[in-house]
Design a protein around this ligand. Structure first.
Ligand code: NAG
Ligand code: NAG
Ligand code: NAG
Ligand code: NAG
Length: 441
């Protein structure tokens, strides 16, 4: 061990290391202090779009921000509180897995043609201090969010029959959200990307069964100042037999009902379809490219039976993570803090997503345990989060469209599966262009 002689220069030399150490210590402490006191508020992106992932392994890990089955009672926002109670009731750890799923049924009109209405429930409104200043659509939602068993007014019982054995089941069922008055949109879709029947992919000759169905609510004299288009809708449906209509007011905040009611319908009328495409009637889809994608990435050949089987629990779309509710009262997406608090789960946004039939069946069950939420794609994200499924990002889902300069160039669409948004006229033009000129790209 080195020893110091306590005299003159030697003392200095001995103390030097200690002096240096203490300076270093002070420096470190000051640095830490400065870093702590001046770190700015973390800037969370309002709308983070996940980076494009390689096509076949694009799984995006979900990032739960806290333990999922929280045991503490949540105070505050209405949805969070209601959901918390529901989560506790159906907690698989507390309750085991004995909880039964809902029974499958499709609610029909009563014999006398009437339908029992869900009565508005004012008990939750009275718990919201700012209820009276909320936008009307939010108020309507709070009064009716307990009800989801609306009568099916227009059914398509035979849409998928003839394919009840698994080999003949449709590869793809396209469920398009539309509105009564959108005759032109629906017809343009039928004539272009939404054709039902045998469709082949762009790269292979193999033919696949595709079915299209439109999801509608009510827009008539009972639900507001609407012209009476009922007879026209009847006529359209007599011709095309692809309209589902339920007895609820077709509004933006009621779109979630279309998903929930569609899952019920699907499990009764078309349970063997391998994949669902759910989209809006203002998007353009390239069904051939979509079929190729499903075939390549989401199907696995079952060696023994020499049959195809879809991958289970996949959901593909334009994935948005870490999005927060919009708090500007001017947007139609506005959600008050008193209704929902916190970040949205990772979800696939925009005009269209693809998911497997087996996921649709599980969604029907889990959705019974997830409180209704007014924004449909966020609600879908909430449901898959509870199933432990992460959405897969695909850069071919262009919910923010192509750059303006590319929109008229057919070759720009080579990697596109879905693009938002296109009018009926644009759909027809684009369809014609892509048919003739995509090979040359
Ligand atoms: C959950 O249910 C399955 C099938 O119903 C059963 O085999 C399994 O033992 C159950 N697990 C628990 C933890 O109860
Ligand atoms: C929905 O369910 C509620 C409660 O079970 C019932 O009161 C109401 O009449 C039902 N509505 C429809 C349209 O079936
Ligand atoms: C639609 O078809 C049904 C039964 O085939 C018929 O009773 C009804 O009059 C038709 N409606 C219209 C508007 O064509
Ligand atoms: C949804 O539809 C129901 C039934 O028609 C209606 O009472 C309710 O106000 C609608 N909700 C919204 C948010 O428009």
């Amino acid at each position: 061990m080195a020893r110091c002689r306590c005299s003159g220069r030697a003392l200095c030399l001995c103390l030097l290391p200690f002096l240096m150490m203490s300076h270093l210590l002070v420096y470190i402490m000051v640095t830490i202090f400065v870093a702590m006191s001046y770190s700015p508020e973390p800037q969370l992106p309002l709308h983070f779009i996940a980076p494009g992932a390689s096509a076949n392994s694009g799984a995006l890990a979900s990032h739960p921000l806290g333990p999922f089955w929280s045991l503490q009672l949540v105070k505050g926002s209405l949805w969070n509180r209601l959901q918390h109670l529901q989560d506790r009731e159906h907690n698989p750890i507390l309750r085991g897995n004995s909880t039964k799923g809902p029974t499958t049924d499709v609610t029909y009109m009563n014999e006398d043609g009437s339908s029992s209405l869900c009565t508005p429930d004012h008990s939750w409104a009275s718990q919201l201090s700012d209820y009276n200043t909320m936008p009307e659509q939010m108020q309507d939602f709070v009064l009716s969010m307990h009800c989801r068993n609306y009568t099916l007014l227009m059914d398509q019982p035979d849409l998928c029959t003839g394919q009840d054995s698994e080999t003949e089941a449709p590869l793809l069922l396209m469920a398009i959200k539309s509105q009564v008055g959108h005759f032109e949109e629906r017809q343009a879709i039928r004539e272009t990307w939404g054709k039902s029947g045998w469709i082949k992919g762009e790269e292979r000759e193999q033919m696949w069964q595709v079915r299209t169905v439109f999801l509608l609510g009510r827009q008539d004299i009972m639900t507001g100042p609407h012209p009476d288009l009922g007879a026209l809708l009847q006529m359209e449906n007599n011709l095309s037999k692809d309209v589902l209509q339920w007895d609820f007011k077709d509004t933006f905040f009621n779109l979630t009902l279309k998903d929930i009611l569609f899952w019920n319908w699907f499990s009764v009328r078309c349970p063997h379809a391998h994949f669902i495409f759910k989209g809006d009637d203002d998007v353009f889809v390239r069904p051939g490219a979509l079929i190729d994608y499903l075939h390549e990435h989401l199907f696995s050949l079952q060696e023994t039976k020499n049959k195809f089987k879809e991958k289970e629990d996949v959901l593909v779309g334009d994935v948005i993570a870490n999005a927060y509710p919009r708090r500007h009262t001017a947007t139609k997406y506005y959600i008050p803090e008193s209704f929902y608090d916190g970040v949205y789960p990772t979800y696939a946004g925009g005009g269209g997503v693809v998911y497997s039939g087996s996921l649709a069946r599980r969604l029907r069950v889990v959705s019974q345990w997830v409180r209704m939420f007014p924004i449909d794609d966020v609600y879908l994200g909430m449901c898959i989060q509870r199933l432990g499924v992460s959405p897969t990002h695909h850069s071919g889902f262009l919910t923010f469209d192509l750059p303006e300069a590319d929109r008229d160039k057919p070759c720009a669409y080579r990697k596109v599966l879905l693009v938002h948004k296109r009018s009926p006229k644009e759909m027809l033009t684009l369809w014609g262009k892509l048919k003739s000129s995509l090979q040359g790209c």
